[in-house]
Ligand binder design. Structure first.
Ligand SMILES: [Ca+2]
Length: 383
């Protein structure tokens, strides 16, 4: 996915893997960037100071790299439990040993994932990466070339074509950047050599072996992001197993090479995460009372809509859209340069964050989807 390009652009991308727990999510080399929470002093924005490197203290990256045991993953203490569990599912011991011997440590992944967030993008910085003329143009072309499949996916799953197109655009620029790490290397490296997320990534390595067995593939053959996300939509193995579909009914579900399956699988992912057809995603807001700082959505837990519109309205928040008083929403403040935007994020906004647990990600996908749709329609496409 945009992962590799992204990691160069976004210093804090490791946060994604740290924090995401979602279905396909973990891949997340797609940039998860924390929102800037900069203290304001007068009109001056005070930049958070990065901790000064101290000669005596190793950085988190140095610590992590120093903790690497080295040698074959087969010799790691966790290997025996791994083999025992998978043998219980009918995998041959010789095959499992081959996997753990063949899996190669990728130090570049460990470096990337432990890089301290030195820089955090605001919405203003983030949107420039994803919402730009080239990606919009590529999105329109992808829509035109896959018009019938997107229409069928929208009809069957209730997920708008422009959302599917935007997701595949943000993830991989329509299949152009799907990741260059062998999935077995990425998942073993993070599973065995990255203690903080070991359980999660060893779990994904197990899912990966189940996946290649089910799909009758060679475990060395698949490539993906540094977190093991694969194909047009960047599904991690558990998401692949749970949500990928054979949309062209040729007997294989293939989101690596088959655009039809990829489109259907993204639609299915959203449907399974309860996308509500025809409902709005966000609403701009104004305020008729002072806003309490604690009302703004913060972090992963803050993505879950808990307050109803009736409650927001009682607090003085006035949505631009006419919404049902029972609808639930989160309140967001996004920074663009010195300006700020205020939004309510509704249920379908939350559903987009199930793909990647980030407000900025969901906002980028949604705004990109609207711009692609506008360009597609003005180019004569049928919505
Ligand atoms: Ca297929």
């Amino acid at each position: 996915m945009a992962v590799i390009a992204m990691s160069a652009l976004v210093a804090g991308c490791s946060a994604t893997v740290e924090k995401s727990e979602g279905a396909r999510t973990q891949r997340q080399p797609v940039v998860e960037v924390k929102q800037g929470r900069k203290p304001k002093v007068g009109t001056e924005t005070v930049k958070a100071k990065a901790p000064k490197p101290q000669a005596s203290k190793p950085t988190p990256q140095e610590k992590l790299l120093a903790s690497v045991r080295g040698g074959s993953y087969l010799d790691y203490p966790q290997a025996q439990a791994f083999i025992a569990e998978m043998k219980g599912e009918g995998f041959e011991e010789a095959y499992l040993k081959q996997v753990l011997t063949e899996a190669k440590r990728q130090t570049s992944i460990l470096k990337a994932i432990s890089r301290p967030a030195e820089r955090r993008l605001t919405w203003g910085g983030y949107r420039k990466i994803f919402i730009e003329p080239k990606r919009i143009k590529q999105g329109v072309k992808f829509w035109q070339e896959n018009r019938d499949v997107l229409a069928k996916a929208e009809q069957e799953y209730g997920v708008p074509a422009e959302i599917i197109v935007a997701i595949i655009g943000v993830e991989t620029r329509y299949g152009r950047i799907t990741g260059s790490y062998r999935v077995v290397d990425a998942l073993a490296t993070l599973g065995f050599d990255y203690p903080r997320r070991s359980k999660f990534f060893l779990g994904q390595l197990k899912e990966y072996l189940r996946l290649v067995r089910e799909e009758q593939l060679d475990f060395t053959s698949l490539k993906g992001s540094y977190a093991g996300a694969m194909g047009y939509g960047q599904f991690i193995p558990s998401s692949y197993r749970n949500f990928a579909i054979d949309f062209d009914k040729d007997g294989k579900r293939d989101i690596w090479n088959n655009k039809t399956d990829a489109i259907g699988s993204v639609a299915n992912y959203f449907a399974e995460h309860k996308w509500k057809p025809g409902e709005p995603v966000i609403s701009a807001v104004s305020f008729n009372k002072a806003v309490d700082e604690s009302w703004y959505s913060v972090g992963r837990k803050g993505l879950i809509p808990k307050n109803t519109l009736a409650e927001w309205i009682a607090r003085g928040v006035e949505p631009q859209l006419a919404l049902s008083p029972q609808d639930k929403a989160i309140l967001m403040r996004l920074e663009i340069d010195d300006d700020k935007q205020y939004w309510l994020g509704l249920h379908n906004f939350y559903v987009i964050t199930r793909y990647n647990h980030s407000k900025l990600y969901a906002m980028a996908v949604y705004r990109l989807s609207q711009q692609i749709k506008e360009a597609y329609l003005s180019a004569g496409g049928q919505g």
